[in-house]
Write a protein that binds this ligand. Structure first.
Ligand SMILES: [Zn+2]
Length: 110
């Protein structure tokens, strides 16, 4: 079944929450227009009221939004690491990305 991009986006977030939940904190996702002065930013993660908020640049192309979401989701699961993109983050990222590819193909979403 071919989904629209908004449908796929919503299903992807739901799948991430159920497949790769954070043990202690909620994770919300917002799509916003990140100002042009942050030209290299396709997204970021911060903590609001004790829970994670992933911010994705609304104007990125869809494939980049997905990559950024998976990248940031891995940050939530490895948040206390000393270094942002260390091996723990890399392992989390690869597990999520591989799971995403399988999920997408098994459901015929692409
Ligand atoms: Zn990062």
């Amino acid at each position: 079944m071919k989904l629209t991009r908004p449908e796929l986006w919503r299903k992807l977030i739901y799948w991430l929450r159920s497949t790769f939940p954070h043990p202690d904190r909620d994770i919300t996702v917002r799509a916003v227009n990140i100002p042009d002065k942050y030209w290299d930013s396709t997204g970021y993660t911060d903590i609001i009221n004790g829970n994670f908020r992933i911010v994705i640049h609304k104007k990125s192309v869809f494939a980049t939004r997905i990559d950024t979401l998976i990248h940031e989701w891995a940050h939530t699961l490895t948040w206390n690491s000393e270094e942002d993109h260390n091996y723990k983050w890399g392992i989390a990222y690869s597990k999520i990305y591989r799971g995403y590819l399988l999920w997408r193909d098994e459901n015929g979403y692409w």
